[in-house]
Design a protein around this ligand. Structure first.
Ligand SMILES: [Zn+2]
Length: 153
């Protein structure tokens, strides 16, 4: 595979989200104010309290250790969240389009639910209905997707 295509090499060394810091993976995924506010929204939605006095990434690596339900939930959410950040980054660089954090976090929640299985999916779906998080059109779309998944499995 073409290495350049595979790694999405960006010649602009500046972070595509905040345009104030050099783009390192640590910055892009954990330290940038854009991605940090998305993490905080995701954790708020998941009803997972995070301490304010520790570094987000360090807290996260501790919280995902082991096989507890919460650790499993956070591991899946972490993978999907990092992937969403990367996709948004590529869209901004290559398609010159960008989405607002509110839009992005709703899409991320849909991805979490669609990719989750079993208990985890039930838990995430429960959050959708317990929180006034989704607007109606998105809720309809999500219901269609979930019914489709259940039906096809
Ligand atoms: Zn940044």
């Amino acid at each position: 595979m073409d290495k350049l295509g595979k790694w999405d090499i960006n010649n602009d060394p500046e972070c595509v989200f905040c345009k104030t810091s050099p783009e390192t993976s640590a910055h892009l995924f954990w330290d940038c104010f854009f991605t940090t506010q998305l993490w905080l929204r995701v954790f708020r939605w998941l009803q997972v309290p995070i301490p304010t006095n520790v570094h987000l990434q360090q807290w996260f690596f501790r919280a995902t250790k082991g096989n507890s339900k919460r650790a499993k939930l956070l591991k899946q959410v972490c993978t999907d969240t990092l992937y969403s950040f990367w996709t948004e980054r590529s869209t901004r660089i290559f398609d010159k389009m960008q989405r607002a954090p509110e839009e992005l976090v709703k899409e991320m929640a849909c991805i979490f639910i669609v990719r989750a299985t079993g208990d985890l999916r039930s838990y995430l779906l429960g959050l959708v209905f317990s929180f006034n998080f989704f607007d109606e059109s998105l809720l309809v779309l999500l219901t269609v997707i979930v019914v489709g998944l259940v039906w096809s499995s």
